[in-house]
Design a protein around this ligand. Structure first.
Ligand code: ADE
Length: 258
């Protein structure tokens, strides 16, 4: 899977994503991450990328043209790569090559990111992220190039770079082979709209706290039952909003009310 990030701060994104699991997946060739500096596409006299908003108001806006030029160069690069792959028979599914690449604009005005959106985006071969700064980006270029408006939560950050990194992290771990154990991406928080159950590792006793007896029993069915109950209890306590969407048995519904 290929991630492209259009940003004024490429080093921020690249430094942040080149470590740990994501860095290893890049080295293994499962992912590629490329950051394009929008300033490199400011072909005006002063290489400026921002200007005052018409109608007044606080702060500066990113101008349409540098963003568009950056996108145009990137779109060409992706088109050429896909054409090359088709020629060499790497991508026999021709329909894939004709599909429009999704361009995600990170903004508090977008749809709130969640696990099912991560799963949907993880099906794509290429994803482009557009990171705004200052007070945002001229609306006209957004209308032309953006396919998805995404927010990572109801708060305002100084730019789209951290949200893009968060999305790339959440999407990457769903790409087959990125996690050591693909099963662990399946059985965890938000699966079935329940939070994950508590987990324990060695030692058996730590700070006078003992690992729950059931986990040492070796009885897998009972362990599964206990974990499911813990998930229900935890979700009821921390995220009752999720519980409304979860499919619970009558017994579990009672448990959630306790
Ligand atoms: N840019 C600034 N704040 C943001 C947010 N909450 N989500 C996505 N992009 C943003």
């Amino acid at each position: 899977m290929n991630f492209y990030i259009m940003t004024l701060f490429p080093e921020m994104v690249m430094d942040g994503l080149n470590t740990s699991i994501i860095g290893r997946a890049v080295n293994k060739g499962l992912l590629s991450i490329e950051a394009l500096n929008i300033r490199d596409y400011a072909f005006n006299k002063h290489h400026s990328v921002d200007d005052y908003p018409y109608g007044g108001g606080a702060g500066m806006l990113m101008q349409a043209e540098p963003v568009y030029q950056c996108y145009d160069a990137l779109a060409r690069q992706i088109r050429e790569r896909k054409a090359g792959e088709e020629r060499s028979g790497e991508q026999p599914d021709m329909a894939c090559g004709k599909k429009r690449t999704r361009v995600i604009y990170l903004s508090p005005q977008g749809k709130t990111f969640n696990q099912s959106m991560a799963e949907e985006f993880a099906q794509e071969e290429d994803l482009v992220f557009l990171c705004g700064h200052y007070e945002g980006i001229d609306e006209r270029v957004l209308e032309e190039i953006v396919t998805d408006y995404v927010s990572i939560g109801d708060y305002v950050l100084t730019g789209g770079e951290l949200p893009a990194m968060i999305m790339i992290d959440a999407i990457s771990r769903l790409v087959p082979g990125v996690l050591h154990n693909d099963v662990s991406a399946e059985f965890e928080s938000f699966q079935d709209n329940l939070l994950e159950y508590p987990q324990y590792s060695r030692p058996e006793v730590w700070h006078d706290k003992k690992v729950p007896e059931i986990l040492m029993s070796g009885h897998h069915a009972n362990i599964e039952k206990w974990r499911r109950e813990q998930s229900v209890i935890r979700t009821a306590k921390n995220r009752p909003d999720l519980l409304e969407k979860a499919e619970l048995t009558e017994k579990e519904k009672k448990l959630a009310k306790e």
